[in-house]
Design a protein around this ligand. Structure first.
Ligand SMILES: C[S@@+](CC[C@H](N)C(=O)[O-])C[C@H]1O[C@@H](n2cnc3c(N)ncnc32)[C@H](O)[C@@H]1O
Length: 220
């Protein structure tokens, strides 16, 4: 399979863009969106850096950015109204520690992120693609985990949540082995421990779906 023909983990959609999101997209795109290799590398170099894959409406990204001003938070998302939401909040709360890459997170990791870059990568409630014939669209698979391992710094943390038990079981299985050490929420630094539930998490609770968390540390 060639790189461009890989199954997409997202459906290209704009979503309903509110007037506020449109204003933020028009006004702050150049300030917060980065795409050049050099800009991305410059942003994450040096300080503690975190990547939020598929940040959706950006609740988690913004919440961490507000609590922890001295870290670099990179968000990857393809959903324009979610990006507008983050830009609006970043301006409102004066968050200069956020940058966004508006492209496929897998392409970003493969092509623009040097190895050993992130202290933490989070992926909360990725699109579950519940039908078996769509499982190939799920982001987490063996090759993606190898990519995560390469892009984390030694002892870097990957934090994953899903409300789809079969996705969780697969992820759990894929993280077995000597490259990863299992962690609990209480082992994490404070900014990763106290994360408010996102709207997806609240919906899962309302629908009585189980919340499943996997946290692993890159060994060495
Ligand atoms: C179900 S939402 C979860 C959003 C958020 N993490 C949360 O917990 O509320 C999944 C998000 O992942 C994004 N997404 C899916 N595949 C992606 C990819 N390859 N690169 C970047 N974003 C992606 C989708 O656009 C969607 O907004």
């Amino acid at each position: 399979m060639t790189f461009n023909s890989k199954p997409k983990s997202f459906v290209t959609r704009q979503g309903r863009i509110t007037a506020n999101q449109k204003k933020a997209l028009d006004s702050f795109w150049n300030q917060y969106i980065i795409c050049e290799l050099s800009e991305i590398q410059e942003f994450i170099r040096g300080s503690y850096s975190l990547l939020d894959i598929g940040f959706g409406a950006g609740e988690t990204l913004v919440s961490i950015a507000q609590k922890k001003k001295d870290i670099s938070l990179l968000g990857a998302e393809v959903y324009l109204s979610g990006i507008g939401n983050v830009l609006s909040k970043a301006d409102k709360f004066n968050l200069d520690n956020i940058r966004i890459v508006s492209e496929d997170a897998e392409d970003l990791l493969q092509n623009k992120i040097p190895d050993s870059s992130f202290d933490a990568i989070i992926m909360f409630y990725p699109d579950p693609w519940p039908k078996r014939r769509h499982h190939k669209r799920r982001l987490i698979k063996k090759e993606f985990i190898e990519l995560l391992n390469k892009k984390l710094k030694p002892k870097g943390v990957f934090y994953f949540k899903t409300d789809w038990k079969d996705y969780f079981d697969k992820v759990n299985y894929l993280f077995e082995g000597p490259n990863w050490e299992e962690l609990n929420v209480r082992d994490l630094e404070k900014h990763l421990r106290d994360i408010p539930p996102t709207s997806f998490e609240k919906k899962a609770i309302q629908a009585n779906r189980s919340l499943n968390t996997k946290i692993v540390k890159k060994v060495n």
